[in-house]
Ligand binder design. Structure first.
Ligand code: SAH
Length: 368
């Protein structure tokens, strides 16, 4: 058996500005070449070395021999009736991921994946059902932004721009810290995507050591998937809670915002009918969050194959919201977007085989 030919040249998309500067210096080049390359690649969208007019022939040769650009490849792009776009992207022979763009009046939010699958096994989430395959590299994470930005630039409705990125796609970003942080640095880098610190949001199921490390190394906006006001219930919904219970998680949240008086934590709370959605749950929630600068995002549950939950009724969601408002918590109910193309929160699954099977089933040919 012959092994498939694998390339060992580094992917130049794996480097943030500092990493790329070291790469150039290691090859006897001045560090400022890093800025130039980042501008070509991430600002202009140019990957063809021959178009990089401020690079001489020798430098282009050097880059060709020592590195390459490897991007996720679009398998399919779907557009929802509400304008939400979802891409299925191939990252290697066996694996694919999903990336979602959500256009709104005053902004365009890109929802980016950090892992293929997820290891956390939250009981209401579709990504959990496919298990965990592997971490994404920095190049595969920032590659989603690159691909989406190019696609949107060529889209007929060209005003669509990425103004915000949320690490809320597939995976737990804090369990892939070393790849996620350089990618977020590129999102914020002036010469790349130039998004402000508050326009990049990392969402976590509650990985406490990761939250503390993020505060030190890359304090972007933080969202926490809380979903329950007490440990008994949260242990069921978010098994990671058995390792980092609510009190420890909320302490980490307090530390996270302590550096900057204007920062606040966004708490996500999926509304599950009869499970976590009563006014008593809301009051308990308001009590545990007291003193933490925060804003609540209620997410109506999106149906997931194999999960036995139902979405809370609009009345229950409204009563829950009012209870939180009474306690002074700024609360919004997240509008469900892209549900018709399975692009809504918790509906992302990247397996190509599963997709194909589902597609065939939807076409009516069940002989798979
Ligand atoms: N692992 C990280 C990043 C994923 S973000 C985290 O847990 O925060 C995806 C968000 O969608 C999370 O808040 C998640 O709890 C929520 N979610 C998962 N399944 C859902 C579903 N079926 N309906 C609505 N929201 C869901």
């Amino acid at each position: 058996m012959t092994e498939p030919v694998t390339t060992t040249r580094p992917n130049l998309l794996d480097f943030d500005a500092a990493g790329l500067a070291s790469f150039f210096v290691a090859h006897g080049q001045p560090a400022y070449r890093a800025t130039q390359l980042i501008k070509w690649v991430h600002q202009q969208g140019v990957l063809d070395l021959d178009l990089m007019t401020n690079f001489g022939r020798g430098l282009r040769e050097l880059l060709r021999e020592t590195g390459e650009f490897r991007l996720p490849e679009i398998i399919s792009a779907q557009e929802s009736a509400d304008g939400t776009l979802k891409w299925l992207l191939r990252v290697d022979n066996g694996n694919a991921i999903e990336t979602v763009f959500i256009p709104e009046m005053d902004r365009g939010t890109l929802c980016v994946s950090s892992q293929v699958g997820c290891a956390l096994n939250c009981s209401f989430c579709a990504t959990a059902r496919q298990g965990f395959s592997r971490n994404l590299s920095t190049g595969e994470i920032i590659g989603q932004v690159w691909v989406a930005a190019r696609y949107l630039g060529q889209h007929p409705k060209t005003q669509r721009r990425i103004t915000n990125v949320v690490m809320m796609g597939m995976g737990e970003p804090l369990m892939n810290f070393d790849a996620v942080v350089p990618a977020m640095r590129l999102m914020m880098e002036d010469n790349a995507y130039n998004l402000g610190r508050k326009r990049v949001t990392l969402s976590t199921a509650g990985h406490v050591p990761g939250i503390d490390r993020l505060r030190e190394e890359c304090p972007v906006a933080l969202a926490v998937s809380l979903h329950a006001p007490n440990d008994e219930l949260r242990n069921e919904l978010v098994p990671l809670n058995r390792t980092y219970p609510i009190a420890e998680l909320l302490d980490a949240c307090r530390r996270y915002v302590s550096n900057n008086p204007h920062d606040q934590i966004t708490f996500e709370y999926v509304m599950l009918d009869g499970v976590n959605d009563t006014p008593a749950h809301a009051r308990q929630l308001a009590r545990v969050l007291r003193g933490i600068p925060s804003k609540m995002n209620l997410i109506p549950f999106n149906p997931v194959v194999g999960a036995h939950y139902r979405r809370s009724t609009p009345e229950a969601i409204d009563a829950f919201r009012r209870e939180l408002a009474k306690a002074g918590l700024l609360t919004i109910t997240r509008k469900t977007r892209g549900e018709d193309i399975d692009a809504a929160c918790g509906q992302l699954v990247g397996r190509v085989a599963a997709k194909a099977a589902r597609h065939r089933a939807a076409q009516g040919s069940l002989d798979v």
